[in-house]
Design a protein around this ligand. Structure first.
Ligand SMILES: [Fe+2]
Length: 482
């Protein structure tokens, strides 16, 4: 991880805490018996420490690390601890205990949170995962009752937004998969240019971090208790955003260049799955194997990345793999090694779609060229995307041809695109008429998806309206298992 000895210490914006008080707690699975716990502080912490145990009154174990990272335009430090040797499918209570002076007496006080470790690979107990993509900061710095110029679907006064709905429905899912576009803090520029956010362009680094901090503060009730598994999106590295014609890279805060903020903030289980940082990795949960892949960089095969095709001022950079085909090689190796007797379900998630009712420029053809053949070859059941800010459920499909079995034991992957979580720019309208592979679509409601694994043969995907909590679309996939 990138690190720096200094961060911005003085800004005009208020903080949600001070000193070494932990904020923005976030969990991630880290293998079957470990959990990654991360949090931010406004001061560097000497020995980031977690106290934990089976009851909130007996946090008798501890785990620590030396990792406290930041980057020059950030005003917080990211702290990462791996808690190991845990029992599977077990609830643990934890509390951050660390300080800027190396003692265990932090100046700030933290409260006790809890998490549940993953079900062991092979466990057939039904469970539910949440899918959310393209979710930005909510409220007056992001999605509100006003949306950007030319955008649609502002929130109605008092409307429950997706972060609030994820918090309200927290008991209805075990963990969250969020493949790309988190916070939209790079929108500081567009929001300033459009007069939505007070400030000027020279305040970029502060505004970027303000939006970032706000988003992770808002999401903390979810991320402190539910593993939050992320993948990279273009807004983790966009430096040409906002229709700002006088853009030069010199005004782009470091956090949004080459995924710097994203790399520092998260701690995905690539080390235990052979993957690469927060870019590509896999994990197991009960009867499901999950692979997270990167549509932004490292497509391999000599392919030009999606943003280079767009002619933007920045190609989102990378690569992160040691070799040109590192991601593809890993994906093949990972999927080849899945024991479908233990994890009959295989779910793949990557930010940009290649099947959706949208203009050609929104279809990631290089992603399709690089990734689709592998997903077909290894019998991936479900593919999750976002990027286009709407919801669409396709028929199972391969190489552009709809699977004749539809949802009744198809041999092709089934695609769920749900970029409808919401951000400053509202929702996108899908193309009319819809593509021939489209089976359901919603482009006027904010929402997230629930993936309900009933058993080894039946999986239901639901689109949940953020405003009402109602299920607005539901479909069940049947897969015959050998
Ligand atoms: Fe995106």
């Amino acid at each position: 991880m990138a690190s720096s000895s200094q961060a911005i210490s003085e800004t005009h914006f208020s903080r949600s805490a001070d000193g070494d008080s932990p904020v923005q707690h976030r969990l991630a699975f880290h293998g079957p018996t470990s959990m990654a716990i991360s949090w931010n502080t406004y001061e560097a912490v000497q020995t980031p420490t977690i106290r934990y145990g089976f009851s909130k009154d007996a946090l008798i174990f501890s785990a620590r690390s030396k990792v406290s990272t930041t980057y020059p335009t950030s005003r917080t430090w990211n702290n990462h601890v791996i808690v190991e040797g845990l029992l599977p499918n077990t609830r643990y209570y934890y509390k951050v205990k660390s300080s800027s002076d190396g003692s265990d007496k932090s100046k700030g006080q933290d409260q006790v949170y809890s998490f549940k470790t993953p079900r062991l690979k092979g466990d057939r107990t039904p469970y539910t995962a949440a899918l959310v993509v393209d979710m930005g900061v909510m409220g007056s710095d992001g999605l509100s009752t006003t949306v950007g110029k030319g955008a649609a679907n502002p929130l109605k006064p008092g409307e429950t937004n997706t972060i609030q709905r994820l918090i309200a429905e927290k008991d209805s899912y075990e963990f969250v998969v969020h493949p790309g576009d988190l916070a939209y803090s790079d929108y500081w520029l567009k929001e300033v240019v459009q007069g939505y956010l007070p400030g000027n362009i020279s305040a970029g680094p502060e505004l970027y971090e303000k939006l970032n901090e706000e988003f992770y503060d808002q999401l903390q009730p979810v991320t402190s208790e539910k593993p939050y598994m992320v993948g990279p999106g273009n807004h983790e590295a966009n430096c040409d955003n906002g229709g700002y014609k006088n853009y030069t890279e010199s005004i782009c805060p470091m956090g949004q260049t080459n995924f710097t903020g994203y790399i520092n903030r998260f701690n995905m289980p690539s080390a235990v799955s052979g993957g690469q940082g927060n870019f590509w990795y896999s994990f197991d949960y009960g009867m499901t194997h999950y692979v997270i892949f990167d549509t932004e960089t490292d497509l391999g095969l000599g392919l030009v990345g999606p943003d280079e095709l767009g002619g933007g001022a920045n190609d989102n950079e990378g690569p992160f793999g040691a070799t040109m085909n590192a991601q593809r090689d890993w994906l093949i190796k990972d999927l080849r090694s899945v024991n479908r007797k233990l994890t009959p379900w295989v779910v793949a998630a990557g930010h940009r779609p290649w099947y959706i009712s949208a203009a050609a420029k929104n279809l990631c053809q290089p992603c399709q060229q690089s990734i689709e053949p592998i997903l077909i070859e290894y019998g991936v059941d479900v593919v999750l995307h976002g990027h286009v800010h709407a919801y669409e459920r396709t028929a199972p499909i391969r190489n552009g041809t709809v699977d004749p079995n539809e949802l009744n034991n198809p041999s092709s992957p089934w695609y769920i695109i749900n970029g409808a979580a919401g951000h400053y720019d509202g929702l996108d309208s899908l193309a009319t008429p819809r593509a021939n592979f489209s089976r359901a679509s919603i482009d006027t409601l904010y929402g997230f998806s629930r993936l309900i694994f009933h058993n080894e043969t039946h999986l239901t995907q639901e689109f949940v309206s953020s405003a009402t909590g109602q299920v607005m679309d539901s479909a069940t996939l049947y897969k015959k298992r050998k």
